[in-house]
Design a protein around this ligand. Structure first.
Ligand SMILES: NC(=O)C1=CN([C@@H]2O[C@H](COP(=O)(O)OP(=O)(O)OC[C@H]3O[C@@H](n4cnc5c(N)ncnc54)[C@H](OP(=O)(O)O)[C@@H]3O)[C@@H](O)[C@H]2O)C=CC1
Ligand SMILES: O=C1CO[C@H](CO)[C@@H](O)[C@@H]1O
Length: 372
C-alpha cells in the first residue's frame, strides 16, 4: 500500500485488461503500477494503447514475464485475466507472493482449482475475488430490496437467465473461448458463469439440490484438442420447489435476460451483465392482474421500471469501477471478505455439475451445499 492507494499489477495484455486499466484509473483508490506480458514489447504496446485512450500521469512499467511482476515489492494486488486453463497456477503463485488476487471468470476449470486458489489466498491472508462486474452495480442492491419486500415478486418459483452473443466464424476459429486447453467450458464458462451467478443471487446464494445440463451445440476447431460447448442449457432445482433454467450461446445474438417470477409478480432485467449505455440501470417489476367481469375477461397490465443512477463505460460510478474500488478498499482496510471466495466456489460447483450432467446424458447431479 502506498498511503491510501492500492498498487495494481496486471498479468497479461488481455483485451479485457484495457477496460479495467480504465476502471482502476477511475476508482480513486487504485493505480496500475506495472503490466506483465510474455513479451516486454507487448506489455509496452499495451501500456501505450491504454495511455492513448485513458491516460494516467504516473509511469507504468512494462514487465517481460509474469514471475518478474509477482516478485516486485511495489505491488499490492494483481488482476489476472489469463485464460482459464492457465489461471490456477498463477493465482497460487500470486497469493504465495503475498499479492491480493482479482481473478477473471470462469475462475477455474474445476471446483478443485478454485479451492486451491482460495486455500493459497487464505494461507497468505490475501483477498480473493472474481471479476464479475455486475455484482458491484447499485442495481443489484435495488433488486435485492424488491425481491425481499414480500409483495413485488413474493415467493420465488422460477428463474430464467440467458446470456448469448452470435460470434463470427473467424472468431470461432481463433478466440481463446473456443480452445479446449484455454477455455475448456466454452460458452458455459464464458457466459454461464454469469447466468449461474444471477440464479444464485436471486436465491440468496442457496445451492440447488439438483443440476442438469445439456450441450446443444459444440465445435472442435483447428488447434483445439477437444470440442467445447457453443450452446448450453442448464436446469436447477431447489429445496422448497423453486426451479431455474439458464441458456448460453455463441450462436444467438446479444441477450442478457434475467427473469425472476414468484407468486405475486416478476422482476425482469434485460441487460443484467453489461448495462445498456446510459446513466440509469433499470429493471421491470410486474404485478399483472386478471379480472373476470361477466363476459369481459381482462388482463390488466401493471408494471413499473425501477432505476438507479449509474453511468456505464468505466465512469466513476460504473459497476466495473465499483468492482476495483471495492477490492482496493478491502486491501487498504486490511480486512478480508469471505463472501467473495465462497460465491466463486458455489458458481464453479454448479458449472461443473452442469457440465458433468451434459456429459452423462443429462442425468441429475448434486452439488455441495457449502453450509458452514
Ligand atoms: N469480467 C469481464 O467482464 C470479462 C472477463 N473476461 C475473461 O477474461 C479472460 C480473458 O479474456 P480476453 O480478454 O478476451 O482474452 P485475450 O485472448 O484478449 O487475452 C488473454 C491473454 O492471456 C495471455 N496468455 C498467456 N498465455 C496464453 C496462451 N497460451 N494463449 C493465449 N493467451 C495467453 C496473453 O497475454 P500476453 O501475451 O501479454 O502474455 C493474452 O493477451 C477470459 O477468461 C474471459 O472469460 C473477458 C472479458 C470480460
Ligand atoms: O465476461 C465477458 C463479458 O461478456 C462477454 C460477452 O458479451 C464475454 O465474452 C466476456 O468474456
Amino acid at each position: 500500500m502506498h498511503g491510501n492507494i492500492c498498487r495494481w499489477g496486471i498479468l497479461s495484455t488481455a483485451a479485457i485488461a484495457k477496460k479495467n486499466w480504465d476502471s482502476i484509473r477511475n476508482s480513486g483508490n487504485g493505480q496500475v503500477v506495472a503490466v506483465a506480458s510474455r513479451s516486454a514489447e507487448k506489455a509496452q504496446a499495451f501500456i501505450a494503447a491504454c495511455q492513448a485512450s485513458a491516460p494516467v500521469s504516473h509511469t507504468v512499467d512494462a514487465v517481460g514475464s509474469y514471475d518478474d511482476l509477482l516478485a516486485r515489492s511495489d505491488i499490492d494486488a494483481v488482476y489476472i485475466p489469463l485464460p482459464t486453463g492457465l489461471r490456477t497456477d498463477w493465482v497460487v503463485k500470486a497469493a504465495n507472493a503475498g499479492k491480493h488476487v482479482m481473478v477473471e471468470k470462469p475462475c477455474g476449470v474445476t471446483v478443485d482449482d478454485v479451492q486451491r486458489m482460495i486455500d493459497a489466498c487464505n494461507a497468505n491472508n490475501v483477498q480473493f475475488m472474481d471479476g464479475v462486474m455486475y455484482m458491484h452495480s447499485k442495481r443489484m442492491a435495488e433488486m435485492r430490496r424488491v425481491l425481499d419486500d414480500g409483495s413485488s415478486v413474493g415467493t420465488i418459483r422460477r428463474i430464467t437467465s440467458q446470456f448469448s452473443f452470435c460470434a463470427p466464424e473467424d472468431w470461432v476459429q481463433s478466440n481463446i473461448r473456443t480452445g479446449s486447453d484455454l477455455e475448456p467450458a466454452g460458452c458455459l464458462g464464458d457466459l454461464g458463469w454469469y447466468t449461474i451467478r444471477f440464479i444464485l443471487f436471486a436465491m440468496n446464494y442457496q445451492m440447488p439440490t439438483e443440476v442438469r445440463g445439456r450441450i446443444l451445440h459444440s465445435v472442435c476447431r483447428d488447434g483445439s484438442g477437444q470440442a467445447v460447448p457453443m450452446e448450453f442449457q442448464g436446469e436447477l432445482q431447489f429445496e422448497g420447489g423453486a426451479s431455474a433454467s439458464f441458456y448460453n450461446s455463441f450462436r444467438t445474438n446479444h441477450q442478457q435476460l434475467g427473469h425472476i417470477s414468484g407468486d405475486k409478480g416478476y422482476l425482469q432485467v434485460n441487460d443484467f451483465v453489461l448495462p445498456f449505455l446510459g446513466n440509469t440501470s433499470s429493471f421491470e417489476v410486474a404485478n399483472h392482474n386478471f379480472v373476470e367481469d361477466g363476459c369481459r375477461f381482462t388482463m390488466e397490465q401493471h408494471s413499473r421500471q425501477v432505476g438507479v443512477a449509474e453511468y456505464s463505460n468505466n465512469a466513476a460510478d460504473a459497476q466495473e469501477t465499483q468492482l476495483f474500488r471495492k477490492f482496493s478498499e478491502l486491501v487498504l482496510s486490511g480486512t478480508r471478505d469471505p463472501f467473495w471466495p465462497k460465491v466463486s466456489l458455489k458458481t464453479q460447483a454448479i458449472l461443473d455439475a452442469a457440465l458433468r450432467s451434459a456429459n452423462h446424458e443429462g442425468r441429475a447431479e448434486t452439488v455441495p451445499m457449502f453450509n458452514d
